[in-house]
Design a protein around this ligand. Structure first.
Ligand code: ADP
Ligand code: MG
Length: 381
């Protein structure tokens, strides 16, 4: 059963009728541009073909009644008396989006429906942004406001920051709102301007989940962020985005070795990310793959956010003739890597990478081929 059928079937059983509509919003994987977002830099994600869906119909009152298939739960709240964040986190994403949209002056109507999807939760593919954007889309379908992908992304990011207390950047919401079929989206995290490029012909992206998580992420993230801010202050600029390769080459000796390495990652990663789009526009899988390999080395050696499991799975992929290049993706210390591979024979590539990684680590990986999908949208009727 597809995810769409899953929410539709439950909707019929629950409400005795067809839903008025079904909406979806995707998870994402970042192809290149890691730890650049909070430096006002560039990221280059694509929306994956796993998504969160809501089958719904409008309500005459101002209440939202949501049934979660994945959490096996059912919750109701009123739009003019939003409940404070609870222990039941999943509903807080819906309440948070309602709060954020209303804060921004959107006039919301109530709805009732069924929520479910197949973005793995907590794997770094941003099931949270998918849930937020599909919620925003649900409100859009029953209310009477204009849909603007950037405004919706900002509203959902504010919900996650202020309502859920998670200090994420804008990437996840922006790509879940504005993703394009078969294309990746370069996002300028300062201006929020976007530019797309197609995946190279005859290639696919493969998500290599190491099936490892480490608790280090939050503290290391905050430390890296502070180091980047200190380096920017040293150069007298707002963010490391404003330091180009020439300036860095001239003045890098002024920085202590660790800070120099952190800054070098961000500065070179921004360059690689811009070059990655040029490579994609040229249909040049080989160059794109090399940029991904260089990105991993920079994250491992200069930014020091990789892990033995990530290094192992990336090495397994890069050693394979079917792979153009692989790198860790996301904040690091575990989670997923992403590989650009030839579309032909990708199943045997997965089998070889899986065996190699199992041999090296004893862990069981989760390997998924994914296409690039559209951002938040109505898929029915
Ligand atoms: P991720 O890396 O997947 O974004 P987060 O911790 O940021 O991980 O968000 C995961 C949380 O989002 C879950 O704990 C849950 O509260 C909520 N969530 C995500 N997807 C769903 C879903 N399909 N149904 C219900 N809640 C979901
Ligand atoms: Mg998240």
């Amino acid at each position: 059963m597809t995810q769409r059928e899953r929410v539709q079937t439950r909707f019929r059983a629950e409400f005795g009728d067809e839903p008025a509509c079904i909406v979806r919003a995707p998870g994402r994987v970042n192809l290149i541009g890691e730890h650049t977002d909070y430096n006002d830099g560039f990221v280059f994600p694509m929306a994956i073909d796993r998504a969160t869906y809501i089958a719904l119909r409008p309500r005459a009152d101002n209440k939202v009644l949501a049934i979660s298939l994945d959490m096996d739960d059912r919750r109701e709240f009123a739009l003019d008396a939003l409940p404070s964040p609870t222990e039941t986190k999943w509903i807080d994403y819906l309440v948070g989006v309602a709060w954020s949209l209303q804060e921004r002056g959107y006039d919301l109507r109530g709805w009732e429906g069924v929520v479910g999807g197949d973005v793995p939760i907590g794997s770094g593919l941003s099931s949270s942004a998918a849930l937020e954007l599909t919620t925003a889309r649900a409100f859009y379908e029953v209310s009477a406001f204009e849909w603007d992908a950037r405004s919706m992304a900002l509203a959902c990011q504010a919900a996650e920051n202020a309502w859920l207390g998670v200090q994420c950047g804008i990437m996840d919401q922006m790509i879940s709102a504005a993703g394009l079929r078969d294309r990746a989206l370069l996002i300028d995290c300062r201006s929020l301007e976007t530019a797309s490029a197609p995946l190279p012909p005859d290639t696919v992206m493969v998500i290599l989940d190491t099936n490892t998580r480490r608790g280090l992420v939050d503290s290391a993230y905050n430390e890296r962020r502070a180091q980047c801010e200190a380096a920017a202050r040293h150069f007298g600029v707002k963010a490391l985005r404003d330091v180009d390769g020439d300036l860095f080459a001239r003045r890098k000796q002024e920085l202590a070795p660790v800070m120099r390495a952190r800054a070098r990652h961000v500065i070179t990663e921004n360059e690689r990310t811009l070059r990655a789009r040029a490579a994609m526009l040229a249909g040049d899988a080989a160059t794109l793959g090399q940029l991904m390999i260089a990105s991993h080395i920079s994250l491992r050696d200069d930014f020091e956010v990789s892990s033995p499991a990530l290094d192992a799975i990336v090495a397994c992929a890069n050693a394979d003739a079917a792979c153009y290049g692989a790198r860790m993706t996301g904040a690091g210390f575990g989670g997923c890597a992403v590989a650009l591979a030839g579309a032909d024979g990708v199943e045997s590539f997965l089998a070889r990478v899986g065996a190699c990684y199992r041999d090296a680590t004893g862990n069981e990986p989760i390997l998924t081929v994914t296409g690039a999908s559209r951002g938040a949208e109505k898929i029915y009727p």
